[in-house]
Design a protein around this ligand. Sequence first.
Ligand SMILES: Cc1cc2nc3c(=O)[nH]c(=O)nc-3n(C[C@H](O)[C@H](O)[C@H](O)COP(=O)(O)OP(=O)(O)OC[C@H]3O[C@@H](n4cnc5c(N)ncnc54)[C@H](O)[C@@H]3O)c2cc1C
Length: 411
Amino acid sequence: MQRIVVVGAGMAGGRAAAEVRARGFAGEVILLGAEPHRPYDRPPLSKAVLSGRIDDTTLPFDLDGVEVRLGRRATGLRPGTVETDAGPLDYDGLVLATGADPVTLPGDGPQRVLRSIDDARDLRGALRPGVRLVIVGAGWIGAEVATAAAAIGAEVTVVEAAASPLFAALGAQVGRCTIAWYARAGVTLRLATAVERVTPDGLVLAGGEELIADEVVVGVGVRPGTAWLAGSGLALDRGVVVDEHLAARWTHGADGADGDRPPVVAVGDCAAWWSRRYGRRLRVEHWDCAQQSPAVAVSTLLGGEAVYDPVPYFWSEQFGRMVQFAGLPSAEAAPVFRGDPGVVVPPDGGRPSGWSAGWFAPDGRLEALVTVGRPMDMVAGRRLMAADGIPDRERFADISVSMKELAAASR
Ligand SMILES: Cc1cc2nc3c(=O)[nH]c(=O)nc-3n(C[C@H](O)[C@H](O)[C@H](O)COP(=O)(O)OP(=O)(O)OC[C@H]3O[C@@H](n4cnc5c(N)ncnc54)[C@H](O)[C@@H]3O)c2cc1C
């Protein structure tokens, strides 16, 4: 193998390129990124960058010996060659790390999204006391933007089509526990409210009501950044289809068997990998995946047999709270609470102890866990889930029993 090309210079692509070098690969490594920036971290964009605490999130990757080509976009792919806006680029091994692109709404009015550092800096410039900001979507990003904007003094309204915030991620029962956070921060939350279109004056809601806004931010989800791969013959299904080793496969339109073609792997937000643990394909837009998957993918590219099979993990900072989430809840399971989500200040006036909620599989395994201000619950809970542990459900509901103790006593 003479040349490895990495397409996408975000967390996953940057880490993959650094990993290739760290493993002593002696050939050429080229990292291609559409943005003009070296790999940078995105989670701070909706937190510290938006609130003005930091302005630069460049990642400290060791890219010594990696040829970094910025402002260069891949436009197409065939076996052995990436088409780019600067001409074809041949490869012997390829890492796809093109992340995800925000979904936008219909309408002819201006709408902002928050994906890049340039988006974050532009939005920060627009946030002033009194500015009328409407955020569409009370998911992770919407809640974080609302947090920063309310703290700056903007007049914030969040419009959400579902019946609760975080509905898609956590379901209605847990999502409802966050409704009070909005009111306490002075943010107007409009639930079960669908948006028809964005106009030059703000929004038109389903039913015709107009919502006037100076700024509209849309946080309604992302799509995998794979449009450029359409028609390439690489298997795609809501992301780049990869196996548990993160290896992609060709479906048609190429000559010869997969074995004759240079290997392709995918990492981070664009990868839809086969999970042995869950027995289905997963694609998550989580920093942890962008951080951990490159080591497995690079090992695969260089002939290794490593398997990627994590318990998905995500965190968010909302209205002064650290919210962490791990696992995959079954649709039908009702959450079991630890602690009271309604308690803001405990009766003794001390620090709030937070709360958690867990989802259990029919066989008693802890399937998913959300923690609010309880990082130690999350540390022990992640270990428990990774080990397929069966904790005592009644003791789980008793917040005076530590998760560490529960995990140690689990079956
Ligand atoms: C505002 C924000 C806040 C977040 N907060 C959290 C959080 O609190 N917790 C958490 O777990 N996760 C969070 N995430 C998610 C996390 O940041 C992502 O999962 C992670 O960035 C994914 O990394 P990636 O490298 O796969 O993709 P990306 O970071 O999207 O990087 C992909 C790169 O590829 C480039 N690219 C795309 N197409 C091409 C092409 N054709 N040619 C060349 N280059 C291309 C893109 O320009 C981009 O630079 C947040 C994301 C955002 C946007």
